[in-house]
Design a protein around this ligand. Structure first.
Ligand code: AMP
Ligand code: MG
Length: 333
């Protein structure tokens, strides 16, 4: 029997409903960094270069495929003397692991790699290999002592689930320091807005349809992050015709399978939104809803495999489904 594995790589780019800066002059820059396409638009003041520089700087700290990055050195040696910034992001990710009951786990990297999501050479690991991989996952084994970060033998760390949200936080701060009061950046599925549009109206951010190329709805925001995790971003289809995507359930070392096609988190803290979006995708709608009630501080839009779009109460008035959308909108209140 011929094994047929089809592989698809989609840039994580969400088609944000960017509209012009109105009467203000618009500056924009598109670039490729952190393994994804990014796009920054500022109104009135040109600071897009600073945003791109920041993406490249963070890549030299966090890239999991660059052996010279701080994370690359941690993974090669089991320990590294890291910058304050890397230690802080690791500690923040570990905190999010705590509140999501381990759904976010930065030690999933051996599994991410074994399934081929790093190289694009996709394959389904054997049951024995999966068992081995499960033994190499466990965020509580990541230790920080001052600036020294260490992991047990065979463990590897991947900040991919929080890095683009953290970049969003940095880009927002940099743009504000440069005097920008109106901007929107799409950092590969992590969208950050500064203020609203120059005319005072909110930015309109389109959310990618996980079942197609377009978007399924628009969320209006000011000064917020909108971060989406979706199976469609990077996946392959296995020999049984099942889509296997890059978001791994740390409990099984296999691609998450909790009934969601995408999870979008809206909030103020980009790194938190990013970590949560990945975690919610792993947790599924029921646990996500329970966490939203318990923790609060964020809003979410979940797309289920059964065709529902679940939107939390706090954003029900700023979210609209696209006209003629096949999805059914349900409010979680
Ligand atoms: P995101 O696009 O933010 O959802 O992050 C997904 C990326 O984070 C994947 O490409 C992996 O590199 C990594 N990853 C996958 N599953 C997890 C998980 N459960 N916890 C933490 N990182 C993950
Ligand atoms: Mg994430």
């Amino acid at each position: 029997m011929v094994k047929k594995i089809t592989a698809v790589f989609f840039a994580a780019l969400i088609s944000a409903a960017f509209t012009a800066c109105g009467a203000s002059r618009e500056y924009s820059s598109d670039f490729f960094a952190m393994d994804t396409y990014m796009s920054v638009k500022t109104c009135g003041t040109d600071a897009t270069g600073a945003a791109e520089d920041e993406a490249r700087r963070l890549e030299t700290l966090f890239s999991v495929t660059d052996a010279e990055s701080e994370i690359g050195r941690l993974n090669a040696n089991g320990r590294v003397d890291a910058s304050d910034e890397t230690v802080e992001l690791i500690e923040k990710a570990l905190e999010i692991s705590g509140i999501t009951d381990g759904a976010l786990d930065i030690t999933v990297y051996p599994a991410v790699r074994a399934w081929g999501f790093t190289t694009g050479e996709y394959s389904v690991p054997s049951p024995e290999k999966i068992e081995e991989l499960r033994d190499l996952i466990g965020f509580t084994n990541v230790k920080t002592d001052g600036n020294t970060v260490s992991v047990p033998d065979g463990y590897m760390v991947d900040l991919g689930a929080v890095a683009k949200g953290y970049l969003g936080d940095r880009v927002r701060d940099i743009l504000k320091n440069e005097g920008v009061t109106s901007a929107i950046a799409d950092l590969g599925g992590s969208i950050v807005t500064v203020g609203g549009k120059p005319d005072g109206s909110p930015w309109r951010v389109a959310i990618r349809d996980p079942n197609g190329d377009g978007s399924f709805g628009v969320i209006e925001v000011k000064d917020k992050c909108v971060v989406t995790s979706g199976g469609y971003e990077r996946y392959f289809t296995d020999e049984d015709g099942v889509k296997r995507w890059h978001i791994i359930d740390p409990a099984t070392a296999e691609p998450a399978d909790a009934g969601l096609l995408s999870a979008t988190v809206i909030g103020e803290d980009g790194a938190l939104c990013d970590g949560l979006s990945t975690a919610l995708f792993v947790m599924g709608a029921e646990k996500a809803e329970a966490m939203w009630r318990k923790e609060g501080g964020f809003e979410m839009i979940l797309v289920t495999i059964t065709g529902d779009v679940l939107v939390t109460d706090g954003i029900k008035d700023s979210f609209s489904l696209s006209e003629g959308s096949p999805y059914e909108l349900k409010v979680i209140g």
